[in-house]
Design a binder for this molecule. Structure first.
Ligand code: GRE
Ligand code: ZN
Length: 327
């Protein structure tokens, strides 16, 4: 299919690149990967041409500024990354848009940078890589806490989607992975981290306060669609400190938008479509952590959806969600 739109497509600046190195491990991909993630020019655009991806919304790599402990340093890196993505968008406005990178140490500073990115740079929303580490590596901030309601008020007012991207858990909470470091990141741990953060948002009353919030998550829903029915079923027994007015599944189905990033697999795709419906599901690749071709070979060939649905999930849904100026 031509004309696909993808929006979990990463780039990096020098200040954030190293934070990703640990994930490459001993796989020998670091050199190619570095070239690809630093490039917003011909290699990426030609890859998009070859695979039928017309348009990409760019975002910085993970953990990026969420792993920078010092708030000033993180703000400087975020502004640099955002300005750099804005330049690429200005150069290729019919191929790229961008998501704001936000230092989340302080809700007001995060709100100000998001506002600058959306109002001055024309960005389409934010991509945040999970919890923010602040000052001490053990100090982690999840955004369901009451102190962050002012940030969500800004997101609500700007009316842009917020993409919650995975990152790895901190060392002190990783004992369950002892002896199995392969399990900690994208193969499984990423989904644990992002699903819990997503469910925290659902259970915090956030969506009662701001009914127009739109949260994007990748990887076909970080395993939540498969478990959603059971969450509500079991919560009939225990709802301790659950602060939502409605069952959790209602918030997830109403507020979450789910992408195919890094999960090119029909059984999971079917489950996500069954749970969320075709208006809430979107094509994404997750380049350069994934090959564009792996994403598009699967998507173009899947028989799980009709050709008309392919156009909707691969393109029109994204045009509508982000108000893109594409036909
Ligand atoms: C991803 O986006 O899939 C990703 C990262 C960082 C490390 C590994 C990974 O952003 O798969
Ligand atoms: Zn990603």
């Amino acid at each position: 299919m031509k004309g696909k739109i993808a929006f979990e497509e990463h780039c990096a600046i020098a200040e954030t690149l190293e934070s990703t190195r640990a994930f490459a491990g001993d796989s020998g991909i670091w050199e190619d990967f570095t070239r690809q993630i630093l490039d917003l020019g011909s290699e990426r655009l030609e890859g998009m041409d070859r695979t039928g991806i017309e348009f990409a919304i760019l975002s910085l790599n993970a953990p990026g500024v969420q792993g920078i402990l010092n708030a000033d340093e993180a703000l400087a890196a975020a502004r640099k990354g955002n300005d750099w993505m804005a330049e690429a968008v200005a150069k290729h406005p019919n191929r790229y848009a961008a998501f704001a990178t936000l230092p989340m140490h302080d809700p007001d500073i995060a709100s100000a940078e998001l506002t600058r990115c959306v109002k001055e740079l024309g960005f389409k929303g934010a991509m945040v890589n999970g919890f923010q580490q602040k000052d001490d590596p053990e100090n982690t901030i999840y955004y369901d806490i009451p102190e962050y309601r002012s940030f969500w008020a800004t997101v609500s007012e700007l009316d842009v989607p917020f993409y919650l991207h995975p990152r790895m858990q901190i060392q002190s909470q990783a004992r369950i992975y002892d002896g199995h470091p392969w399990l900690m990141s994208a193969p499984w741990g990423f989904a644990v981290e992002t699903s819990i953060h997503s469910l925290r948002l659902c259970g915090s009353g956030l969506f009662d306060e701001f009914p127009n919030l739109k949260i994007c998550i990748g990887h076909l829903g970080e395993n939540i669609p498969f478990g959603l029915w059971r969450i509500d079923a079991r919560m009939r027994w225990s709802r301790r400190a659950y602060r939502g007015q409605r069952p959790l599944g209602d918030y997830f189905r109403d507020h979450f938008h789910i992408t195919t990033s890094g999960n090119f697999n029909d059984p999971a795709f079917k489950c996500t479509l069954d749970v969320l419906g075709k208006d809430k599901v979107y094509f994404c690749a997750d380049y350069p952590f994934e090959h564009m071709k792996d994403a598009t070979d699967w998507y173009d060939a899947t028989t799980t959806i009709t050709e008309q649905e392919k156009l909707q999930i691969g393109r029109t849904n994204a045009i509508n969600l982000f108000n893109l100026d594409l036909k």
